[in-house]
Ligand binder design. Sequence first.
Ligand SMILES: N[C@@H](CSCCS(N)(=O)=O)C(=O)O
Ligand SMILES: [Mn+2]
Ligand SMILES: [Mn+2]
Ligand SMILES: [Mn+2]
Length: 308
Amino acid sequence: MAASDVHSGDSNTKNALSVDKVGVDEGPIHLVEAGLIDQLTGMDWKVNFDGHHQFEEITAEDDPPIGKLKNPRFVSRVCESVAKVVEGHAKKGELPVTLGGDHSLAMGTISGTLAAYPDACVIWIDAHADINTAETTDSGNIHGMPVSFLMGLNGNNNIPEFSWVKPALKSNRIVYIGLRDVDAGEKRILKENGIRAFSMHEVDKYGIGKVVESALDHVNPNRDRPIHLSFDVDALDPSVAPSTGTPVRGGLTFREGHYICEAIWETGCLVALDLMEVNPSLADAASVQQTVAVGCSLVRAALGETLL
Ligand SMILES: N[C@@H](CSCCS(N)(=O)=O)C(=O)O
Ligand SMILES: [Mn+2]
Ligand SMILES: [Mn+2]
Ligand SMILES: [Mn+2]
């Protein structure tokens, strides 16, 4: 798991970005080495490179599963650290861009954003809901659970390793776009908590423009709330972003993905961005290069590149 933190200055004056590469995954490193920093500099973002944060791996014997949860102590430690970094930069008026790496990192990034902007809303772009609890997860992979921790859902009680996560995300402050692979337990959770989700069915039915407008109307009706955009590249169709851990057919097109980023930039409310689940260890070189290029392009679109 890894994260590169790309921190921007005040998004209106396009101030400095600083990049911290964190952890062991190659994903974020590929994004940075693909030239993302220079690309953002070319868009008048100032970038100060913070270097590479590293986390000591915890051996398997020192990090046994908690119930089904895998690598719980390592995931928690990294996320808690990322939360502090994101909060710190956000409180300085910067726009933290976190390059993943595992979507479990969103437990940290969104905790950081909510500490700085308690009234923020979250727009979660993903094929998956990532809202399993310790009771509903089948896989035990924490990348399928960050939203349940952020909301403080009951199924995660008594896991002291995650006690640092404040239940700061309210069910009417998150909205999903792109869902098409949601577990039965997650569907129950979405329904029980009244969480708004626009699956690929709605994208097909109404078109991405209407879906994004409806999603924003739901969590940010007056367009005056800070927005944290958490973009999992597996929301895109695998033909667009093949090098990712849990690809699912029938995803967003290249343009639909970019439209979401452009429309959110257009609100002027963006305060934090995650670009997650780029995993270069899973595909051939050409597919990795394609996925990394698409990831960089989405970040640029979310930071205003493609609007005239
Ligand atoms: N629902 C499944 C898949 S979760 C996929 C996580 S991600 N971050 O969207 O790739 C699970 O809980 O393992
Ligand atoms: Mn993952
Ligand atoms: Mn995800
Ligand atoms: Mn996903």
